[in-house]
Design a protein around this ligand. Structure first.
Ligand code: ATR
Length: 288
């Protein structure tokens, strides 16, 4: 992928745009990779108000940036500013990575589903025909459903506080091979029946948010539990899952893997998610 590269010899530049931007870990991740691979590049955090987004992107293109990450609250609004979209971005309805073309065009992608899949792959399991339970029906759930449909799961149950949001997702992501059913939050205990993969996509359990109070005692012992929340790294959900013998995956893996395609497109090196990188980000979370 070299679509967004600046001229050879020119400094490679990328940034993350959000409002506010202080919460973003992307500068740390990309900064660590730039240093690790010895690249003469920069990656900045830019606080950009919604009304300034289009103008800021034009400015970055004129300055020779290779592209950008897009975070809250711009992930949907930026769709209209892209000339082309990846299939994942189009289905998820949100963009988190932009690659600027030499012709002035903007290509929008969504790498959250890729990040989720790559994290899940670290367990080396097959998910074909398996059953998943997804908690939540927001933007993160859309990325997870996109990923799960690519992994050929057989059945997915989406539980959400607001049933209409879960129903909307079920309609969008159901395929002939994978039936998606929506149900209210209260269905949780019964919804655990036969589940192979439980995913929390809500912000419940995150630092500063209410706890996730669902009981997971009915899960079979072979089920994998994963939480998209990465602060704290070991959420109450993951702690309870481990205590009852279920395999778990924390949210940091997805965060690190979703950054890979952007870095490769802008800086021309396919970066690795190493234990050192994980340790560096964990240290930053601990002081946050
Ligand atoms: P994100 O982009 O991170 O997914 P979001 O789109 O705001 O964020 O979605 C947040 C998800 O967490 C939603 O599923 C939301 O449920 P609603 O659709 O009912 O709003 C869920 N959520 C947030 N706070 C919650 C709470 N206190 N109890 C239950 N669900 C909650």
């Amino acid at each position: 992928m070299s679509q967004g590269h600046a001229d050879k010899g020119a400094k490679l530049r990328a940034a993350v745009l959000g409002w506010p931007i202080t919460q973003s870990r992307s500068p740390l991740i990309h900064g660590a990779w730039l240093a690790h691979y010895g690249l003469d590049g920069t990656y900045e955090a830019l606080a950009v108000r919604p009304e300034d987004l289009a103008g800021k992107l034009r400015e970055l293109q004129a300055e020779g940036y290779a592209g950008a990450n897009i975070t809250v609250p711009h992930k949907q609004a930026v769709l209209a500013l892209c000339q082309t979209l990846s299939p994942a971005a189009a289905q998820i309805g949100a963009v988190n990575t932009l690659v600027f073309g030499a012709d002035g065009s903007i290509h929008g992608t969504n790498t959250d589903a890729f990040g989720f899949t790559e994290n899940l792959k670290s367990l080396g399991l097959s998910w074909t025909g398996k059953k998943a339970l997804v908690l939540g029906a927001g933007g993160a759930a859309r990325a997870v459903l996109n990923a799960l449909s690519q992994l050929a799961l057989g059945e997915i149950l989406v539980l959400n506080r607001t049933l209409a949001h879960a129903e909307d997702l079920a309609q969008t992501f159901t395929t002939p091979a994978c039936k998606i059913t929506a149900a209210p939050w209260s269905e949780c205990p019964r919804g655990l029946d036969g589940v192979d993969l439980l995913v929390n996509t809500t912000s419940l359990g995150m630092v500063g948010q209410p706890p996730l109070k669902v009981s997971i005692e009915g899960l079979k012992s072979s089920a994998v539990v994963t939480d998209l929340v990465y602060n704290p790294l070991e959420t109450d959900l993951l702690g309870r899952a481990q205590a009852q013998g279920n395999a778990t995956l924390d949210g940091l893996g997805m965060l690190l893997h979703q950054a890979r395609p952007g870095f490769e497109a802008w800086f021309g090196v396919a970066p690795e998610v190493s234990q050192e990188l994980r340790a560096e980000i964990i240290a930053s979370l601990e002081v946050a």
